[in-house]
Design a protein around this ligand. Structure first.
Ligand SMILES: [Zn+2]
Ligand SMILES: [Zn+2]
Length: 156
């Protein structure tokens, strides 16, 4: 899959983007890169990576089964990073706000402000606050990525 663009929306080829992290060749240097790689892991079913990048204090015994089930039912349509706070130089916490669009039966929005912690040089996802989905302007493209204007799609 040489020319394939990364699902995370970086516009880079997957092999030079999230795949390096998913295959363990490199550690994400920032919370945003970890967030993007976790999104790509969801789209590709890298359950072990999702658990390995979840902060150990937040792991649950049934994570593997639950993630496997939810991934098999979900189609991911796109990711947009809304805000990423890098933190100060010696700050080991990060915040990334994103909006992902996924489809189970109907397209849905996941708008989340996520917390990350860096421990011994590795970024981990901690948890996040779910926020209401964003509303595009009537003439802008709909959030569901149908390619139609919002007012002709979910804004009707
Ligand atoms: Zn990527
Ligand atoms: Zn729509």
């Amino acid at each position: 899959m040489p020319q394939e663009l990364c699902p995370c929306g970086s516009k880079k080829q997957t092999q030079y983007c999230c795949q390096m992290y998913l295959l363990g060749k490199k550690q994400p240097e920032t919370a945003e890169k970890l967030m993007r790689s976790r999104y790509t892991a969801f789209t590709r079913g890298y359950v072990d990576y999702l658990i390995a990048t979840l902060h150990p204090d937040y792991r649950q015994p049934n994570d593997h089964a639950e993630l496997t089930t939810s991934i098999s039912h979900t189609q991911w349509l796109g990711l947009q990073i809304i805000d990423a706070q890098k933190g100060k130089k010696n700050d080991n916490t990060g915040i990334v706000e994103f909006e992902a669009v996924y489809q189970i039966n109907e397209p849905q929005q996941l708008h989340e402000r996520s917390r990350f912690i860096k421990t011994e040089g590795q970024w981990f996802y901690v948890d996040g606050d779910i926020l209401p989905g964003t509303t595009p302007k009537p003439k802008d493209l709909c959030w569901c990525r149908s390619g139609q204007k919002y007012r002709q799609c979910h804004g009707m």
